[in-house]
Design a protein around this ligand. Structure first.
Ligand code: PFF
Length: 444
C-alpha cells in the first residue's frame, strides 16, 4: 500500500492544500467575533504572537511526524513508536476530525443556503434577519438536504484523489478566495464611515484588555491553523522529500492570518459604516457565531447598493473556504480507514460519508448535540491532541529524525541556536501554553 502512496505534485499545490485546510469558517466567522470580544487590535497583536511562537512550531512538528512516517495520523505514531501507546494520540486526532465534520458540515449547509438565498434575491427582500435565520434552523429537511449536498461535494474531491482532487481544487479555489476577499475589502473600506471600523481593528486600546484574551487568542490560532488533530500531519505525509517544512509552515500561517485580517477588514468597516445603532455594533459582533454571519452580515449587505451581488460573493467565498477545510478533515479520516483497516480508498470513503451523514443529521436536528460536538472538539480534543503532538516531537522522537526532516537530510543549513530554540518551544513552551488553554476550557 505504502509503495503507491500519493504525493502532491508541486510546491504551489502543497501550500495551497495546507492553506486551504487552514483557511475556513474559523477565519471568516470565528476570527472577527473573537477579535471584537478581545477588544480589537490588542487581540490581533496577541493572536499574531501566538501564531509565531506556538502555531508555526506545532505545525512544523506535525509536518515532521507526517513526512517522516508517510502514514495516516494514527499509523504515523504507530510507525515512529511501535509498541507504545502513542498511537492513541493519532486515533484521538482522527476521532476529532470526524467530530468536527459532524457540525462543520451543518454550518457549510447554511452557507450554501444563504448563497442560494442571495442569488435568487430572497435575501434581498428579508426584513427580519433574525427570524429568517431561525426559519432555516427550524427547517430540518432543508438543513439536512444542504448538509448532504456539502458532504457529497467534499467526498467528490476526496474520491478524485490527492493530486487530481485535493491539490487541483485548492490551486484554483485559494486564489479565487483571495480575489473575492480583496474585492470585498475594497467595497467595505470605501464605505462612508468605514474608518471607525478600521480604527477598532488596528488601534490598540489597552483599556479593553480582558484577562482571558491571551488564551482566547491562542485557542483561535490553533483552530484556525488546523492544528492538534493530525490534519497537517496527514497532508505532510503527501509532501515531497525536498519540501522545506519550515518555509511551508510560515507561508501557510501567513496566508491564514492574512485571510483572517482581510475578513476583519470586510466585517468591521461595514459593521461600523452601516449599523443603524453604533452602540450595539461591538456587542453584535461579540455575539458572533451564527448571529454574525447569518444575521448581522446579510443585514449589513442589504444596506449596500447591489446587495444581491455582495452577499452572493460573500457566501460563495465562505463556501469555498469551508470546502477546502472539509476536504482536509475528510481526508484525515478516509486515509486512516484506508490504511489501517486495509480497505480500498473508495470503501473507506463510503464508510466515512455514511458516518458523517449520520452525525451531521443528528446535529442538524438537535442544537444541543451540535453545540456538544463543537465544544468537545474545540475546547477539549484539539488542545489535548496539540499537547501530545508537541510532547511527542519534543521529548520522544529521535532528534536525528527531527533534524533530518528540518534540514532535508542536511541539504538545508540551519543554525544550532534555531534548532535549540525550536526544541525548547516543543519541550516546554508549547505544552505549558496548550495546557493552559485546556484548563481554561475546563474552567471557562
Ligand atoms: N482551520 C479550519 C478553519 O479555520 O475553519 C477548521 C479546521 C480544519 C480545524 C481542519 C481543524 C482541522 F483539522
Amino acid at each position: 500500500m505504502s509503495e503507491t502512496r500519493s504525493t502532491f505534485g508541486s510546491k504551489l499545490g502543497m501550500v495551497a492544500a495546507a492553506a486551504g485546510s487552514a483557511v475556513g469558517l474559523g477565519n471568516i466567522w470565528r476570527f472577527p467575533s473573537e477579535t471584537a470580544d478581545g477588544g480589537g487590535a490588542i487581540f490581533i497583536i496577541i493572536y499574531i504572537a501566538c501564531i509565531l511562537f506556538f502555531g508555526i512550531p506545532l505545525m512544523v512538528a506535525e509536518f515532521i511526524v507526517g513526512r517522516s512516517s508517510r502514514a495516516n495520523a494514527a499509523g504515523a505514531f504507530h510507525k515512529l513508536s511501535p509498541g507504545t501507546q502513542w498511537k492513541w494520540v493519532g486515533r484521538l486526532g482522527v476521532l476529532t476530525g470526524f467530530v468536527i465534520l459532524g457540525f462543520y458540515m451543518v454550518v457549510c449547509g447554511w452557507t450554501v443556503d444563504y448563497f442560494i438565498q442571495s442569488i435568487t434575491g430572497t435575501l434581498h427582500t428579508v426584513s427580519d434577519f433574525s427570524a429568517n435565520f431561525n426559519q432555516l434552523l427550524a427547517n430540518n429537511t432543508r438543513q439536512i438536504v444542504l448538509m448532504v449536498f456539502f458532504v457529497l461535494l467534499t467526498a467528490f474531491f476526496i474520491f478524485a484523489g490527492v493530486q487530481k482532487g485535493i491539490e487541483r481544487s485548492a490551486k484554483i479555489m485559494m486564489p479565487v478566495l483571495f480575489l473575492l476577499l480583496i474585492v470585498m475589502v475594497i467595497r467595505a473600506t470605501t464605505l462612508d464611515g468605514a474608518a471607525a471600523g478600521l480604527n477598532f481593528l488596528f488601534k490598540p486600546d489597552l483599556q479593553e484588555v480582558k484577562s482571558t484574551v491571551f488564551l482566547d487568542a491562542m485557542g483561535q490560532a490553533f483552530f484556525s491553523l488546523s492544528l492538534g488533530m493530525g490534519c497537517m500531519m496527514t497532508y505532510a505525509s503527501y509532501f515531497r522529500d525536498d519540501t522545506h517544512l519550515t518555509k511551508i509552515a510560515v507561508q501557510v500561517s501567513v496566508l491564514d492570518s492574512m485571510v483572517a485580517l482581510l475578513a476583519g477588514m470586510v466585517i468591521f468597516p461595514s459593521a461600523f459604516a452601516l449599523a443603524a445603532n453604533p452602540d450595539t455594533i461591538v456587542s453584535n459582533l461579540v455575539e458572533g457565531g451564527p448571529g454574525l454571519l447569518f444575521i448581522t452580515i446579510p443585514e449589513l449587505f442589504n444596506h449596500m447598493q447591489g446587495s444581491i451581488i455582495w452577499s452572493a460573493i460573500f457566501f460563495l467565498l465562505l463556501s469555498v473556504a469551508a470546502l477546502t477545510s472539509t476536504i482536509s478533515l475528510m481526508e484525515v479520516v478516509t486515509v486512516y480507514i484506508h490504511e489501517e483497516y486495509r480497505m480500498s480508498r473508495r470503501e473507506a470513503l463510503l464508510l466515512v460519508v455514511i458516518g458523517v451523514l449520520v452525525l451531521g443529521t443528528v446535529s442538524a436536528v438537535s442544537l444541543p448535540f451540535f453545540n456538544l460536538l463543537d465544544m468537545a472538539s474545540a475546547k477539549f480534543m484539539l488542545p489535548i491532541g496539540g499537547l501530545f503532538i508537541s510532547l511527542f516531537v519534543g521529548w520522544y522522537l529521535d532528534k536525528k529524525i527531527t533534524q533530518a526532516q528540518l534540514t532535508n537530510n542536511g541539504k538545508i543549513s540551519m543554525g544550532v541556536t534555531f534548532l535549540k530554540g525550536y526544541s525548547f518551544i516543543l519541550k516546554f513552551l508549547a505544552p505549558i501554553a496548550i495546557l493552559l488553554i485546556f484548563l481554561y476550557g475546563l474552567i471557562g
